[in-house]
Design a protein around this ligand. Structure first.
Ligand code: HEC
Length: 163
């Protein structure tokens, strides 16, 4: 039964892609996310961490100009991917809000770049939170089974049994 539900859901998804224009393939978005967007976001998210455990509290902060540069590059890459996602190969067949979400990524990536350029750990943490919200906002609408993309956060259970 679960299997039948899953197949019919997939059929509906495929058919929502039936139009005269060539549709973006969901697999392409996923590949772009997994190969490019997620790694760049993790570079930014992992750069500054406050850790509190049995050994007390400590913070991870970029130590050298080269380490900060990596964070800056991660933010710049996200800016580029936000622009890429606005292209027709990704935006075709989506609602108008798709481009808004992608623009949101460009905007927050600009803030991320500025935070890294100022070598300000608090700012990097703060923008990192905003970045996460921007990712999630698009996923809420466009990801078939939204999963959490933040590092260290367990992924949601996939139910796949909606009526
Ligand atoms: C403009 C919309 C949009 C934005 C912005 C966006 N994503 Fe995505 N993302 C998607 C869509 C759509 C999928 C689902 C692709 C699929 O499964 O076909 C996805 C899937 C993913 C996946 C794969 C999840 C899985 O395992 O199935 C990861 C990881 C991911 N996104 C990370 C991110 C991160 C990190 C950000 C922010 C830095 C982000 N995304 C911003 C649209 C977006």
């Amino acid at each position: 039964m679960g299997r039948i539900v899953a197949i019919s859901a997939a059929a509906i998804l495929l058919c929502s892609g039936c139009s005269a224009q060539e549709e973006p393939k969901a697999a392409d978005v996923k590949a772009e996310m997994l190969q490019h967007v997620q790694p760049a976001a993790e570079t930014f998210w992992n750069a500054v961490q406050f850790i509190s455990d049995g050994n007390g509290s400590r913070e991870i902060v970029p130590q050298t100009a080269a380490e900060w540069q990596e964070v800056i590059e991660g933010a710049r890459a996200l800016k580029k991917y936000g622009a890429t996602l606005q292209g027709p190969e990704y935006a075709a067949g989506r609602g108008a809000d798709w481009k808004d979400y992608a623009k949101g990524l460009v905007d927050v990536a600009g803030q991320a770049e500025a935070a890294a350029q100022s070598h300000d750990p608090d700012k990097v943490l703060e923008v990192g939170g905003t970045l996460y919200n921007v990712c999630s906002a698009c996923h809420e609408v466009y990801m078939p089974n939204p999963v959490s993309v933040a590092p260290g956060v367990p992924t949601d259970e996939k139910t796949g049994t909606q009526p």
